[in-house]
Design a protein around this ligand. Structure first.
Ligand SMILES: *[C@@H]1O[C@H](CO)[C@@H](O)[C@H](O)[C@H]1NC(C)=O
Ligand SMILES: *[C@@H]1O[C@H](CO)[C@@H](O)[C@H](O)[C@H]1NC(C)=O
Ligand SMILES: *[C@@H]1O[C@H](CO)[C@@H](O)[C@H](O)[C@H]1NC(C)=O
Ligand SMILES: *[C@@H]1O[C@H](CO)[C@@H](O)[C@H](O)[C@H]1NC(C)=O
Ligand SMILES: *[C@@H]1O[C@H](CO)[C@@H](O)[C@H](O)[C@H]1NC(C)=O
Length: 591
């Protein structure tokens, strides 16, 4: 954007004003802010498109066979109300399963002033999408989310289900943004004469990796009753939620899929100092309990797995100007986390119900967590035999170091968790032993300097999961390895303005984070690397952003055995200033 003289003058004024000012300590930052309609912030004349940068879906190259409207609703002052619920009708006369792909297509629009909001979408209590909204402006914004929901195919022909969407919003004289949402399912038929080479090889891949790719025969929700949405709200480390679930006796494979989002005092959990720091310095903030969190799953009281979530930053988070019109990684389509529980079928296939428990280690108010159990059944038998080998609880190594004097100091957490489970399952096809090895490593450092006004957060999360399936003779029949890293750096400097108004301050912020994944299934390798670097400043009064400048640079690359995609994009002060992409596997993108 060409910088106008007025912009320059404004920028100069603020920088001068703040750099000569005394400092104020706000050690609770990063925080959540609302982009105001200030004349110093760009507000386009037309509704603007927001976007989360993702790779195109493989189905984008196919012709849809039909689409089916799930809901159309406007979420206005929905706070403290029940979720929006409407009966689901299967797509009659559309196509019949199995589908090659099913894609959920959400369109959203809003205008006015509004905070980002969290939202969940469920079908029969099974979560299909966890999403958050962008913060609108008076001229209006819109965006869409496309998500591959093929894995939930077994639900889409059922007729006794409700579709439910929770999006708690506040509309009054101050917050005027209403969120208008349309959700559609798009079905893609199997096309045996698909001429496109990429599609052919993709289908070939699906065949060879059947175990991994074929949608489950059944999906059972591990969720709350639904009066306030189907997620469990977890507000402290001692609070866990459980549901008794009976697993069909012909289950041959089970995968638990976790949906997680964090809010309130834990929205920036990765930057929270320990309570000792807050107490000693007499700080008013509730953002404490240290910077380590882990969402865990237990069955009948025993730990079966846990996840350190990817730190999704919502559009009001840290500096809202970073996230217009390109939102943070995962903000419109939060990742879910799969845990293969097949080794535990020896415990679960006794015809009795079992208690599945979800909780958050060290979590404070509040976390929204639920899960789906994906079950693959043996169609030739009503009884599958299974046995779990003995296992110990995970090996856990954790070091916490804290060192501070008044408002300056540093806090380190190093954690390493390993677990390993195996069990056999004898279906009518074969007696297969599944071995699941999981490891994650977290290194977190939160540092305060300059009397608490400079804060640097560095977090490195590494996870690795290996799933091996062996025949009775010990021959390896499948091996899946998933590795992820979530590097994150957040730097905030807080400066006070010339006026002695303690609610008015300047924040200079840098954020850089990435979601990297390497997934191999047999010979097939998929790699994703998605990184954002943002920098900028903003003037803030209370929680309203009055002025500022910001830029975000993102690069995404995706490679699988049949295709490549890369995109690099730069947004500055609310506009896209650079954007290039390629699906060529040989050359790198050039702008
Ligand atoms: C939702 O669908 C209706 C009817 O087709 C349309 O008028 C409206 O603009 C759509 N809203 C969004 C947010 O796409
Ligand atoms: C669907 O929702 C309606 C209204 O909330 C409720 O009365 C009904 O029992 C629900 N149906 C199912 C199958 O959950
Ligand atoms: C550090 O901050 C505290 C709290 O805002 C203030 O009372 C103190 O005077 C500051 N110290 C220095 C050296 O600026
Ligand atoms: C299945 O295989 C495992 C390990 O190879 C073995 O321990 C188990 O007894 C077998 N189960 C049956 C029912 O044959
Ligand atoms: C913020 O990022 C910019 C660009 O990467 C860099 O020049 C600057 O030094 C960073 N600021 C801090 C405080 O690290």
């Amino acid at each position: 954007m060409p910088e106008t003289n007025q912009n320059k003058a404004v920028k100069f004024f603020f920088i001068l004003a703040f750099l000569t000012a005394t400092t104020v300590s706000l050690p609770s930052s990063p925080d959540r802010f609302l982009r105001s309609a200030s004349k110093y912030l760009r507000s386009p004349d037309e509704p603007q498109k927001y976007e989360e940068i993702r790779r195109p879906l493989p189905s984008d190259q196919l012709k849809p066979s039909c689409s089916h409207v799930l809901l159309r609703h406007s979420f206005a002052n929905t706070i403290n109300g029940p979720p929006f619920t409407t009966p689901y009708t299967p797509p009659s006369g559309c196509t019949s399963p199995p589908w090659c792909y099913v894609v959920l297509y959400l369109r959203a629009a809003s205008s006015g002033d509004q905070y980002d909001r969290i939202s969940g979408l469920w079908l029969g209590g099974v979560e299909l999408l966890r999403t958050s909204t962008a913060e609108p402006n008076p001229s209006g914004i819109f965006w869409n989310v496309r998500k591959d929901v093929t894995r939930y195919s077994s639900l889409f022909m059922k007729s006794d289900l409700n579709i439910t969407m929770m999006l708690e919003n506040i509309v009054n004289e101050v917050y005027t943004g209403i969120y208008h949402i349309n959700v559609t399912l798009i079905f893609y038929e199997f096309n045996p004469i698909a001429s496109n080479l990429k599609i052919n090889s993709r289908l070939g891949f699906m065949e060879s990796q059947k175990r991994d790719q074929t949608p489950a025969d059944m999906v059972i929700p591990l969720c709350d009753g639904g009066k306030r949405g189907f997620w469990f709200m977890i507000e402290n480390p001692a609070e866990t939620y459980s549901k008794r679930i009976q697993i069909p006796s012909n289950t041959r494979q089970i995968v638990l899929e976790l949906y997680i989002s964090f809010h309130g005092d834990d929205e920036f959990w990765y930057s929270n100092p320990p309570n000792s720091y807050i107490k000693t310095n007499n700080l008013a903030t509730g953002r404490g309990n240290g910077a380590y969190r882990e969402v865990f799953v237990k069955i009948d009281g025993r730990y079966v797995g846990s996840e350190v979530p990817f730190p999704v930053i919502f559009t009001g988070g840290i500096n809202p100007l970073f996230w217009e019109p390109i939102v943070a990684i995962g903000a419109f389509n939060l990742p879910s986390y799969d845990m293969d529980l097949t080794p535990f079928l020896g415990l679960l296939l006794d015809g009795k119900s079992h208690e599945f428990v979800l909780g958050v280690n060290d979590g404070i108010s509040y976390w929204l967590v639920d899960a789906n159990l994906h079950l693959w059944l043996d169609h030739e038998s009503s009884n599958v035999e299974a046995g779990s080998r003995l296992y110990d609880s995970p090996s856990r190594h954790m070091v916490r170091q804290e060192e501070f004097e008044q408002l300056d100091g540093s806090f380190r957490v190093e954690a390493e968790v390993h677990s390993e489970y195996d069990g056999w399952v004898k279906s009518s096809r074969a007696n297969l032993t599944t071995m699941v090895k999981s490891m994650f490593k977290v290194d977190s450092l939160v540092r305060f300097e300059k009397n608490g006004t400079y804060k640097k957060v560095e977090q490195r999360v590494k996870t690795k999961r290996i799933i091996e399936v062996a025949s009775e003779s010990g021959k390896l029949v499948n091996r899946v390895v998933q590795q992820r890293t979530y590097p994150l750096t957040v730097i905030t400097s807080t400066l006070r303005g010339l006026t002695n108004d303690k609610d008015m301050y300047l924040l200079v912020t840098n954020v850089s984070h990435a979601f990297n994944e390497r997934h191999s299934a047999g010979e097939a390798l998929t790699q994703i690397s998605n990184r954002q670097d943002s920098e900028g400043w903003m003037e803030v009064e209370d929680h309203n952003v009055l002025a500022g400048e910001a830029s975000t640079r993102q690069s995404l690359s995706y490679i699988d055995e049949a295709s490549c995609y890369s995109r690099s994009i730069v947004a500055a002060n609310g506009e896209i200033v650079e954007d290039s992409s390629t699906d060529s596997c040989t050359s790198s993108s050039s702008s």
